[in-house]
Design a binder for this molecule. Structure first.
Ligand code: MG
Length: 219
């Protein structure tokens, strides 16, 4: 059986990456224009549900808005070496499976995603890691290419995907005839409010997923 995992909000909490990125941007802003307080404001906006314009908004608050500065902040955020950790259940799940029966499929900016892979020490633990963006934006999920690539040598009915985002994660594995996908619905995850599709099995942690596999995955 091949167990394929998503990374963000499946193996670690994405909000921890956001926090780590904001801290790097904060340090950069102190060095660039001697401005303190970026982190507290940015984190406040993030927790209040704001998403795509947090850098602009904080700079506006400080009367420092400038397109070039925003671009540089995005670069600092995306290229920083993140301070993130595997969730305890993810750590034990990976330890309890051979790297050869594990794969990862993850979207996102390549530099950022590979920095996460390094920080979480996943190369040592997972046989195949595909960052879809390495092929181009058009291969992000739900494009099936990554799923077709990892399933080589397995029958589709022996492959399962474990992930968190109902908007895009479970379409390709269902189309390819994989086992019912496992949706991890974690407290504190970014897509936790979206209901689990009927075709998926919902778990709260990977400990629950491991128990399912022992019992035999049925739906
Ligand atoms: Mg995810």
């Amino acid at each position: 059986m091949l167990i394929v995992l998503d990374m963000d909000d499946t193996l670690y909490l994405e909000q921890d990456y956001v926090r780590s990125g904001f801290q790097s941007v904060d340090a950069w802003l102190v060095a660039d224009c001697d401005t303190n307080g970026f982190f507290e404001r940015a984190w406040h906006y993030f927790l209040s549900g704001r998403r795509n314009d947090i850098f602009n908004q904080v700079l506006r608050d400080f009367n420092l808005e400038d397109d070039k500065r925003v671009l540089k902040m995005v670069e600092v955020y995306r290229t920083h070496e993140p301070d993130i950790q595997l969730l305890p259940d993810a750590r034990s799940f990976l330890m309890n499976h051979a790297s050869t029966e594990l794969a990862i499929i993850s979207d996102g900016h390549s530099v950022s995603q590979w920095a996460k892979v390094r920080s979480l020490q996943l190369v040592e633990r997972v046989g195949t890691i595909i960052i879809t963006n390495d092929w181009g934006r058009e291969y992000w999920k739900p494009h099936p290419r990554a799923f077709e690539t990892v399933q080589q040598g397995y029958s589709p009915g022996n492959c399962v995907y474990i992930a968190d985002n109902p908007l895009k994660d479970f379409i390709a594995p269902a189309t390819l005839g994989w086992m019912p996908s496992v949706r991890v619905r974690r407290t504190g995850s970014l897509h936790g409010d979206i209901p689990t599709p009927e075709s998926c099995i919902e778990v709260r942690t990977l400990d629950e997923a491991a128990t399912l596999f022992y019992k035999g995955l049925t739906h």
